[in-house]
Write a protein that binds this ligand. Structure first.
Ligand code: ADP
Ligand code: MG
Length: 249
């Protein structure tokens, strides 16, 4: 049994079957990549795991408990944190203020107005955020406005905003999209390290095959809303159906 078990999940948008009988099992403390062409349903699947979308049918179990019927905040409190495909930081807040928001969100189970992070100087929360920033090598950017950071640093901040919640499962939707190669390699190193040191399970959607093959222990290939194959990276590389459907050969 995986820490995350997705069974027969279906999701329609009007006439479009975005997900059709998706099954996915993610083993605890592993890194599982989900790949597939644009429009394959990868982000839709992730949205179904975190309560942003509700599947039409099927089940999603995290650590033996159903996530369906729970709000995104409740699912977050269960131990699932997520980095979205588009950056979700607050540009007008400083780095440390951004880091405080997910702490309050997890603790209180609701979204605090971002002014709250600025006005509420809770010592223990600030300390926790600072320790996390130091761990991802961003403490020197503590008081910078998030908007003025490089794209790579913004994405690193987003990952740190997840990690400060001490999740058991980290979900990442194309975390290295648009990153320079050096930032991509830093992100690979960071994710490898947190998986080993913090006992975190990672499920990652990623287009960059260098990232996928550097991190993943299992890969699920999604095509037109349905898993085409799930296997080890070595087997995925040589799989004729994958080469045809995904790698365009
Ligand atoms: P991927 O992340 O793999 O690129 P998505 O999950 O974003 O794919 O989208 C899968 C399909 O569902 C696409 O055809 C997309 O246009 C459609 N889709 C996604 N979200 C919605 C929505 N909220 N309403 C209608 N169609 C959607
Ligand atoms: Mg997507």
């Amino acid at each position: 049994m995986g820490i995350l078990e997705v069974k027969n999940v279906n999701k329609r948008f009007g006439g479009l079957q975005a997900l059709g009988d998706v099954n996915l099992s993610v083993v605890e403390n592993s890194c599982h990549a989900i790949i597939g062409p644009n429009g394959a349903g990868k982000s839709t699947l992730l949205n179904c795991l975190v309560g942003k979308l509700i599947p039409d049918t099927g089940s999603v179990m995290f650590d033996g408990q159903s996530v369906l019927g729970r709000t995104p905040y409740q699912i977050n409190q269960m131990g699932i944190s997520r980095v979205f495909q588009t950056p979700e930081i607050f540009g007008d807040l400083t780095v440390i203020e951004n880091m405080m928001i997910p702490c309050f969100a997890k603790r209180d189970g609701s979204f605090r107005m971002h002014a709250y992070a600025r006005s509420n100087q809770e010592r223990d929360v600030i300390e926790k955020a600072e320790i996390m920033l130091e761990d991802v090598n961003m403490l020197d950017k503590r008081d910078m406005h998030a908007a003025s950071m490089s794209r790579g640093d913004k994405r690193r901040l987003e990952i740190a905003m997840c990690l400060v919640q001490e999740p058991r499962l980290l979900l990442l939707d194309e975390p290295t999209a648009g990153m320079a190669r050096a930032d991509t390699n830093n992100t690979i190193d960071l994710l490898k390290r947190i998986k080993d040191e913090r006992n975190i399970t990672i499920a990652i959607i990623e287009h960059d095959m260098h990232v996928v093959f550097s991190l993943a222990e299992r890969i699920t290939v999604l095509a037109q809303g349905t898993p085409l194959v799930e296997d080890t990276p070595a087997n995925i590389k040589g799989h004729p159906k994958v080469r045809e459907a995904y790698l365009g050969e």
